[in-house]
Write a protein that binds this ligand. Structure first.
Ligand code: PLP
Length: 378
C-alpha cells in the first residue's frame, strides 16, 4: 500500500510510472456481473439481507465448491462476508485467543500475521526456500508444532510466491496434523488462476480433516470484483455459526447488491475466467523468462495467482547510482525513485531478499518494466 501510494503520487506529479505493485486484476468486472448489480438496485434489492448471505448466493457458492473443488457443503456450513479478508478475520477471531500459536508458511500474504495478532494470538512464521518452490514440507510443519498450536494457515495458490500445493503435498501436510486438534484455514482465493496442468487441491477433501478445515475464497480475483467486497467461508457448522455471530455484531450482512452480482458471477458463463487465465499465463511465461535473464535476479516459476516473486539476493550489498541496496525495500525504492517501476518489497511478506511483481498489467507494460529493471542493474 505504501509503495502503491508513492507510485500514485509520482504519477500525479507527471512521472511515467510502470506499476507492478497492484494486488488486483487489470481487467474490468465482466459486464454480465455488473448488470446483475444494476438490476439489484433497479429492483430495490437494497436492504439488509440474512446476516450470513442470501440463499441464492450460498447455493451458487455450494455449486462452485462442488464443481471446482469437489467439496460438499450445506447452507449452514457457509457464510458470505465482506471480501476474503472478512472471512479470514472472522475465522481467526472465532478460533484463536491469547496463548494460541498459528503456523504460517513464509512468504505469506501480509495480513495473516496481523490478523492473528489482532486476535491476541501469536503468529509462528516458518521460512520456505526457493529450492522447494516456496512450499512448506511436512518436516517444516512438524517442527513448528507445539502444544500451543491452534491453527495452520495454508494459502495455495500463494500470494506472493505463486506456489501451488498439489494433492500429494497437501495430503502429506494434513497427515502431520491428523488427530492433533489443530485447525486449518485454507485460503483458496486464487484457485481459478493456475497454469499448465497444475491442479490445486483443497485440504478439505481429506476426509479425516473435514471437521478441522475451513475453506476461504471469494470473487475478488477470479472475477475482477475487488471493489464489490464478497468473500465466503465453508467449514464445520459450529465454527460458521461463531463467524456468523462475530459478523452480526460487527458489519452485519455483506452488501446486498454485491451479493446479487457475486451470485451472477458464480452461476454465469465461466468462459471469461478461462480467457483471462490464459492471458495471465502468457504474461507469467514472459516475466519468468525475462526476469531470469537479468543478472542478480532469480525467479521460480509461479504455478498460480498473478505474481512473480524473484530473489534479488544477487544485487544486495551493491551500490547502483549512488544507492546502497541492503535489502529488498532498498531495491523497491531504488526501482521506483530512479527507474519509475513500482514493485513490492518482500520483507512485507516475510522474505526480505525478494520482490513481488504483479503481472496484472499488459504485455507492453511488462516489457517496459523489464527493460527498466534490466537497465537499473546494468
Ligand atoms: N487472501 C489472499 C491470499 C489475498 O491475496 C487477498 C487479497 O489480496 C485476500 C485473501 C483478500 O481478498 P479480498 O479482496 O476479497 O478481501
Amino acid at each position: 500500500m505504501r509503495i502503491t501510494g508513492l507510485a500514485k503520487k509520482m504519477k500525479a506529479e507527471g512521472k511515467d510510472i510502470v506499476s507492478l505493485s497492484a494486488g488486483e486484476p487489470d481487467f474490468p468486472t465482466p459486464l454480465f456481473v455488473s448488470q446483475a448489480g444494476i438490476e439489484a438496485i433497479d429492483s430495490g434489492f437494497t436492504r439488509y439481507t440474512a446476516n450470513s448471505g442470501i440463499a441464492e448466493l450460498k447455493s451458487a457458492v455450494i455449486a462452485k465448491l462442488k464443481r471446482d473443488n469437489q467439496l460438499d457443503y450445506t447452507p449452514d456450513e457457509v457464510i458470505v462476508s465482506n471480501g476474503g479478508k472478512q472471512t479470514l478475520i472472522n475465522a481467526i477471531l472465532a478460533l484463536c485467543q491469547e496463548g494460541d500459536e498459528v503456523i504460517i508458511p513464509a512468504p505469506y500474504w501480509v495480513s495473516f500475521p496481523e490478523m492473528v495478532r489482532l486476535a491476541g494470538a501469536s503468529p509462528v512464521t516458518v521460512p520456505t526456500s526457493i529450492e522447494n518452490g516456496y512450499k512448506m514440507t511436512p518436516e517444516d510443519l512438524e517442527n513448528a508444532i507445539t502444544d500451543k498450536t491452534k491453527l495452520f494457515i495454508l494459502n495455495s495458490p500463494s500470494n506472493p510466491s505463486g506456489a501451488v500445493y498439489n494433492e500429494q503435498e497437501v495430503t502429506a501436510l494434513m497427515q502431520v496434523l491428523e488427530g492433533r486438534g489443530i485447525f486449518v484455514i485454507s485460503d483458496e482465493m486464487y484457485d481459478k488462476i493456475v497454469y499448465g496442468d497444475v491442479k490445486p487441491y483443497s485440504p478439505a477433501r481429506i476426509e479425516a480433516m473435514r471437521d478441522w478445515v475451513l475453506v476461504s475464497n471469494g470473487v475478488s480475483k477470479t472475477y475482477a470484483m475487488t471493489g464489490w467486497r464478497i468473500g465466503y467461508l465453508a467449514g464445520p457448522k459450529w465454527i460458521i455459526k461463531a463467524c456468523d455471530k462475530i459478523q452480526s455484531q460487527t458489519t452485519s450482512n455483506p452488501n446486498s447488491i454485491a451479493q446479487k452480482a457475486a451470485a451472477a458471477a458464480l452461476n454465469g458463463d465461466q468462459q471469461v475466467v478461462e480467457d483471462r487465465r490464459l492471458e495471465f499465463e502468457k504474461r507469467r511465461d514472459y516475466m519468468y523468462k525475462a526476469l531470469n535473464e537479468i543478472p542478480g535476479i532469480t525467479a521460480s516459476l509461479p504455478e498460480g495467482a498473478f505474481y512473480i516473486f524473484p530473489s534479488v539476493k544477487g544485487v544486495l550489498g551493491k551500490t547502483f547510482n549512488g544507492r546502497y541496496l541492503a535489502n529488498s525495500s532498498d531495491v523497491a525504492e531504488y526501482l521506483l525513485l530512479d527507474h519509475y517501476v513500482a514493485t513490492v518489497p518482500g520483507d512485507a511478506f516475510g522474505a526480505p531478499e525478494n520482490l513481488r511483481l504483479s503481472y496484472a498489467a499488459s504485455i507492453s507494460e511488462l516489457e517496459e518494466a523489464v527493460r527498466r529493471i534490466r537497465k537499473a542493474f546494468e
